[in-house]
Design a protein around this ligand. Structure first.
Ligand code: CA
Ligand code: CA
Length: 331
């Protein structure tokens, strides 16, 4: 969309410039000034349109719960590097990516939540993000070998909205279309992969993408059109955001500073001090691989010890009905 704006803007500016020269008998006559203002305004509009649009591959994992049966690419030497950035350049419909350097296997029933550190995905023209798996065409029967997952998205990390899917046709799932790695990654009509449009869910902005493997729906039904005994679960290569916008900060920032004081961590001991008494306060701790290593509901005033966790960096996520807080702690 930004490129279209750019071209339209350029053409309009060119036409308007011609307008100025046609009034060249008096450079400062009213129509000339009028056109200059228009050109300035239009240029700012074009610049804003271009600068607001950003596209890139994943750079953040919020959580990962591996499933059963397959752990390819899950060890720290490969993951999470293997799902960040762009899809595998060498992938085609007959030779899919398969190296652990390139892919993370979720395993049967596995779930991963991912996103971008500085950007939200916003609803722009057409699809807003594309999920790349390693689906391929099986030359033996000319059928797609698919390992499907369902996709849900969320703005706050609590309330998720699932893209509707059909468990027989796999319409609406990710993991059903091969990757064309040599094509333009940011053009869903040639890149392959499964593209998703926030408009289909009526959402304008999201920060979390949840991918949940649903291969058992296929494996448990030998009459399923995509049945194949060697299915072992969804393999994530990459996700690219096609319409990204800087995360909204500002208004909520003051509040979050105030909320920072609700969770203080010292030497592996977390002190919780919440203003409201409720049963719905939840604390989760994730390691740097995005794996949940601790989870507990909290009282208004509470103390949690993380001393039994190995030394290192962790993400502590506090969820209350009033606010959510994510903090990095080092043990
Ligand atoms: Ca869209
Ligand atoms: Ca990859």
């Amino acid at each position: 969309m930004s490129f279209t704006y750019f071209i339209k803007g350029f053409v309009s500016c060119f036409r308007m410039t011609k307008g100025i020269f046609s009034h060249s008998t008096n450079r400062f006559n009213k129509p000339g000034i009028y056109w200059i203002w228009f050109i300035l305004f239009h240029s700012i509009f074009v610049f804003t349109s271009v600068s607001q649009e950003h596209r890139q591959g994943l750079d953040t994992v919020f959580s990962f719960k591996p499933g059963q049966g397959q752990n390819n690419g899950q060890s720290p030497e490969y993951y999470p590097k293997n799902i960040f950035g762009l899809p595998t350049k060498t992938a085609t419909e007959y030779i899919p990516a398969s190296s652990p350097d390139d892919m993370l296997s979720l395993g049967l029933g596995g779930e991963i939540i991912v996103g971008f550190i500085n950007y939200s995905i916003v609803d722009g023209d057409g699809p807003d993000f594309t999920v790349f798996e390693n689906a391929f065409i099986n030359p033996a029967n000319n059928k797609i070998f698919a390992e499907p997952a369902k996709i849900a998205v969320s703005e706050d990390g609590i309330n998720y909205f699932e893209f509707p899917f059909d468990s027989l046709t796999l319409q609406g799932c990710a993991g059903t279309k091969p990757t064309y790695g040599s094509k333009d990654t940011f053009n869903p009509s040639e890149s392959g992969g499964n593209a998703f449009d926030l408009k289909d869910l009526g959402l304008s902005r999201i920060n979390f993408i949840k991918i949940t493997d649903i291969c058992e729906k296929v494996l448990n039904n030998k009459n399923h059109p995509f049945y194949d005994a060697i299915i072992t679960g969804f393999d994530l290569d990459a996700i690219v955001g096609l319409h990204l916008s800087p995360k909204v900060k500002g208004v909520n920032e003051e509040k979050s500073n105030e909320n920072e004081q609700s969770l203080i961590c010292n030497n592996g001991i977390i002190n919780i001090n919440l203003q409201t008494e409720t049963e719905q306060n939840l604390l989760k701790v994730y390691n740097t691989l995005g794996m949940e290593v601790f989870s507990r509901t909290l009282k208004n005033l509470d103390i949690v010890s993380l001393k039994n966790l190995p030394e290192g960096m962790y993400l502590v996520y506090l969820s209350t009905p009033r606010f959510k807080l994510l903090k990095k702690v080092i043990l």
